[in-house]
Write a protein that binds this ligand. Structure first.
Ligand code: HBI
Length: 364
C-alpha cells in the first residue's frame, strides 16, 4: 500500500441491518469496499442499523450502530415522491452520529441513497464522499445529486457509465465498478440443464420475463432472492406452467454460489436502469454465462461471446433464443473476465484512487 493510511467512516443504507438482505446490492458493495480498503492498510469504521453484522473479511473494521425505523425504499416510491422522514427514523440518527464524530476521520463515505447525506455534503468539515448505489429513481434525488456534482463532483462515484449517465454531471464521472471476494465463488465446469435468476423479487427486476423465457424453452428456472413483493411473486408463478419456477429463497453467498454455479446460464432481466448488476458478476464468477437485456449496468458487464450475450430489452423471445448460444460459451472465460475486472483488490484500488483524488492527495 503506497498511500498513507486513511481513517474512514463508512455509513451504510438505512434500509435494513447489514446481513438482513434487505439492503440489496449495497450490502455486498459495502462488504467489498470495507474488506478491500482494510487490505490496503486503511482504518475502517462502519456505521449501520442496530442488529447489523460485519460481513466476512471486515472483522478488523469497527462497527457502530444506531436504532431507528428504516427509510422507505426509493424503489417503491413514485418519481415525484417527496422525501419522507418516519417517526423515530434511523437515517437522521446515523447522520447525527456521523456528523458528531467526523473530526476523528479523514473522510466519510456514504452508501445510502437518501437525500439527507447528499444535502449535508458542503456542510461538513471532514470530506463526505458518496458511492451512488442506484440510477435515477426520483426527481428529488436527481436534484440533490446534481447539486453535489455542481459543488464538487469529485465527491461522487458511480458503478457504471450507464448509471452515471442518468444524472446531471459537470464532468466525466468517476466509475469504480464493483468488487467481489472471488475466493468465495467456486468455478463449476459441468452444469445441470438448469436456468437461473437471482435478485430481489420485485417488479423492477423483471422476473416475469425470465419465467416466460424458461417456459418457452420448456426449461426449469431456479430463482434465488428475497421475496420483497409476495403478490408479484405469485403472479409470476401463475403466468407460467406449474414447475417452471423453482423458488430457492435468499441464500448467503457461500450457499448461493454452490447452487448458482450448477446453472447452464443465468437470465438477467432488469426493468430499470440497474446501477451495476452484482448477480451477473456472481454468476460469471462461478463460470455461468449470462443472457441479459442490453440495459443498465448488466448491459456494460456482459461482453458478448466472452461472458454472455445481450438481447434487446424486454424481448422475451430473443431472451429465450439466446440461451442455447450462451450455454455454448466457454465457462472458464466467464470466470477469467471477472478475475480481470471485478476482484476485490481491483475495486479497492479504484476506490483508493477516487478517495485520494477527492481529498486532493497524490496517489501512491
Ligand atoms: N432506499 N431510501 C433508500 N435508501 C437506500 O439507501 C436504498 C433504498 N433502496 C434500495 C437500496 N438502498 C439498495 O438496495 C441499493 O443496493 C439499491
Amino acid at each position: 500500500m503506497g498511500a498513507e493510511a486513511l481513517r474512514l467512516l463508512v455509513v451504510s443504507t438505512p434500509v435494513g441491518a447489514l446481513g438482513s438482505g434487505r439492503g440489496g446490492g449495497v450490502e455486498l458493495t459495502l462488504a467489498s469496499l470495507v474488506a478491500g480498503l482494510l487490505e490496503r492498510g486503511h482504518h475502517l469504521t462502519v456505521l449501520a442499523a442496530d442488529g447489523s453484522r460485519l460481513p466476512a473479511g471486515c472483522e478488523r473494521a469497527r462497527l457502530w450502530s444506531c436504532p431507528g425505523v428504516d427509510q422507505p425504499s426509493w424503489q417503491h416510491q413514485r418519481r415525484d415522491s417527496p422525501v419522507v422522514m418516519p417517526a423515530q427514523a434511523l437515517l437522521p440518527r446515523l447522520w447525527q452520529r456521523a456528523v458528531g464524530s467526523q473530526a476523528g476521520f479523514d473522510a466519510l463515505i456514504n452508501l445510502a441513497y437518501d437525500w439527507l447525506p447528499f444535502w449535508l455534503t458542503p456542510q461538513l468539515h471532514t470530506p463526505l464522499l458518496h458511492l451512488v448505489s442506484m440510477g435515477s429513481v426520483a426527481e428529488v434525488m436527481d436534484a440533490v445529486i446534481a447539486d453535489v456534482a455542481r459543488w464538487d463532483q469529485r465527491r461522487l462515484a458511480f458503478h457504471t457509465r450507464a448509471q452515471a449517465d442518468d444524472f446531471e454531471l459537470s464532468e466525466a464521472p468517476v466509475l469504480v465498478g464493483n468488487g467481489f471476494d472471488l475466493e468465495a465463488y467456486g468455478f463449476c465446469a459441468a452444469p445441470e440443464p438448469l436456468l437461473g435468476w437471482v435478485g430481489r423479487i420485485a417488479p423492477e427486476k423483471g422476473l416475469e420475463d425470465a419465467a416466460r423465457a424458461a417456459a418457452l424453452l420448456g426449461r426449469r428456472l431456479a430463482v434465488w432472492g428475497l421475496v420483497e413483493d409476495p403478490a408479484y411473486a405469485a403472479a409470476v408463478e401463475a403466468a407460467v406452467p406449474a414447475g417452471t419456477v423453482d423458488w430457492r429463497g435468499f441464500l448467503p453467498t457461500s450457499e448461493l454460489q454452490a447452487e448458482l454455479g450448477r446453472c447452464a446460464a443465468l437470465l438477467n432481466t432488469p426493468k430499470w436502469n440497474e446501477a451495476f448488476g452484482n448477480v451477473v458478476v456472481e454468476a460469471m464468477a462461478c463460470g455461468v454465462p449470462v443472457v441479459a437485456y442490453r440495459r443498465g449496468g448488466p448491459g456494460e458487464l456482459v461482453q458478448p461471446g466472452i461472458n454472455g450475450l445481450l438481447v434487446p430489452p424486454d424481448d422475451v423471445p430473443a431472451l429465450a433464443a439466446a440461451v442455447a448460444d450462451a450455454e455454448g460459451l466457454d465457462r472458464q472465460s466467464c470466470r477469467a473476465w471477472v478475475e480481470r475486472t471485478c476482484s476485490r483488490a481491483a475495486f479497492a484500488e479504484r476506490l483508493e484512487r477516487w478517495l485520494l483524488s477527492a481529498l486532493g492527495r497524490s496517489p501512491a
